[in-house]
Design a protein around this ligand. Structure first.
Ligand SMILES: [Fe+2]
Ligand SMILES: [Fe+2]
Length: 490
């Protein structure tokens, strides 16, 4: 009986864990929620009001309008839910972008349906959404934008509708994976060419004759001019993506890779002014990348986040052990543990200032405070205790917050393990290395630093194995820090 109870408890625990979001959702203010709701109502009205313009209007027409209105409103609600599920940290600005693009498309359909091909209306916004918010959100957006037509007079040709759905889905799927601006350019050339040939095969040269009721495309136009227009709109969209990135705080793969360029002025400064920190950063990138790959996290995000996590050390590089190069330790001369702790906290505060100055996206800036969490500066706390200072432990803890995502938690663990692995004896066994890694990770876990990260026990196990694999790879070329016993601050 007890066995059954234990099994049930375990199953319940696993079920509860599976219900946890991968990242802590961002709270959206009431005003933002209200604005979003009003825009949704506006989209529903614009998309259905023509149903009320029939005369004479009877109850059945009003009922049909109400049904369409509710249907559109619910669809937009589902779209927002899908985007939140795919991006738990989505901000109100980004939700606003998704629904504003939908509003713009619906208005364009009303105003220009007779002159512009639906491909040029729907595919370019799908590219923006897939780049910024991911493929699933883009696919959900495409399905609403393709199915909801505000004017009942417009009846889209089935073949054209098929071509639209196929190419919009291709753009949504590829857009979420594309890693460079060059690939975006290729997409903006190949999609119009592909759509041209598809329309040519499926619709033929004279498509006007097979469009029902109303000419859906340029009255005197042809498939070529439609596809040409699509290419121009897509190229224009690509030019606008960086502006969307900065206004709506989007973090596209291309932007992440651009930020990860080691020739960026801030990273260049780090390598010149704080070479020890730069080396530490590179090793952490390797550890964090391997661990993230193991648990299936966002590798591009963690690689870039790791690169910037300690940029705050630029404010006083020689106050950090990895940059001292055997010279005097200014902390010894200062001989004031509280002030030393302030210098350590300053690498987080200054890092956030650097992030603001260099307009780093929020998701990258989050790595700066979260990699230190509320960890205790044990070395200086110990010194304060030795000096018999009656001081609260609070002053020797980083201000936090603790890691809010799996990626920032992995970075904290990599940061903790890096110095220890580097300082480890070259002849140390794998078992010894794994033991060191496990001890460091366990101390962070016990301290409550991983509580908000949603890392499961299985994932922590995989992270340990990943760190061990990296250590095995690098031990033959590692450089030892001038680390003294207990001197483990970073
Ligand atoms: Fe740090
Ligand atoms: Fe660090």
């Amino acid at each position: 009986m007890q066995n059954i109870t234990t099994t049930l408890k375990k199953l319940f625990y696993l079920w509860r864990r599976s219900q946890l979001p991968a990242k802590q959702p961002i709270k959206i203010s009431r005003i933002d929620n209200l604005i979003i709701f009003l825009v949704c109502i506006l989209i529903s009205i614009i998309s259905s009001y023509k149903l009320l313009l029939i005369s004479p209007l009877n109850i059945a027409d009003i009922f049909s309008w109400l049904l369409t209105f509710t249907e559109i409103l619910i669809s937009i609600g589902v779209l927002i839910l899908v985007s939140k599920k795919e991006n738990p940290t989505i901000s109100s600005r980004q939700i606003f972008l998704i629904i504003t693009l939908l509003l713009a498309v619906q208005v364009t359909k009303l105003a220009l349906a007779a002159t512009i091909s639906p491909l040029s209306m729907i595919i370019p916004p799908a590219l923006i959404i897939s780049q910024g918010m991911g493929s699933i959100t883009a696919l959900a957006w495409v399905s609403i934008a393709s199915l909801v037509w505000p004017d009942p007079e417009i009846v889209i040709n089935n073949n054209l509708f098929f071509v639209l759905l196929v190419f919009a889905s291709v753009v949504s799927l590829l857009g979420g994976r594309i890693r460079s601006r060059a690939q975006l350019l290729q997409l903006s050339i190949f999609v119009p060419i592909g759509s041209f040939f598809s329309q040519w095969i499926l619709i033929g040269k004279d498509k006007i004759s097979i469009i029902n009721k109303q000419d859906f495309v340029l009255a005197n136009g042809d498939i070529f001019s439609d596809s040409f227009l699509l290419a121009i709109v897509m190229l224009f969209t690509i030019l606008l993506i960086p502006i969307f990135e900065s206004i709506f705080g989007l973090l596209t793969k291309a932007r992440l890779l651009e930020l990860a360029d080691k020739e960026k002025p801030l990273i260049r400064r780090l390598s010149l002014e704080a070479p020890g920190t730069f080396e530490h950063t590179l090793l952490i990138c390797g550890l964090a990348e391997e661990a993230t790959r193991m648990i299936g996290g966002d590798i591009d995000l963690i690689k870039t986040g790791a690169l910037y996590h300690d940029v705050g050390k630029l404010h006083a590089p020689n106050w950090f052990i990895e940059n001292q190069d055997g010279s005097k330790n200014p902390h010894d001369e200062l001989d004031d543990p509280i002030k030393s702790a302030e210098v350590l906290q300053a690498h987080v505060d200054e890092g956030l200032k650097f992030a603001r100055k260099n307009r780093l996206p929020k998701l990258i800036a989050n790595f700066i405070p979260e990699h230190q969490g509320t960890l205790k500066m044990g070395y200086f706390f110990q010194k304060a205790k030795e000096k018999n200072l009656d001081i609260n432990e609070y002053y020797f803890r980083y201000k936090g917050p603790i890691p809010q995502s799996k990626e920032t938690a992995i970075l904290m663990l990599a940061d903790g393990c890096e110095a220890a692995l580097r300082a480890m004896n070259i002849n140390a066994s794998d078992k010894k290395a794994l033991e060191t890694i496990s001890n460091i990770i366990y101390s962070r876990q016990k301290d409550g630093q991983l509580d908000d990260s949603n890392l499961s026990k299985g994932e922590i196990f995989l992270i340990k194995r990943a760190f061990l694999n990296v250590w095995k790879r690098i031990r033959h070329r590692r450089i030892q820090y001038p680390t003294s016993k207990n001197n483990t601050f970073s």
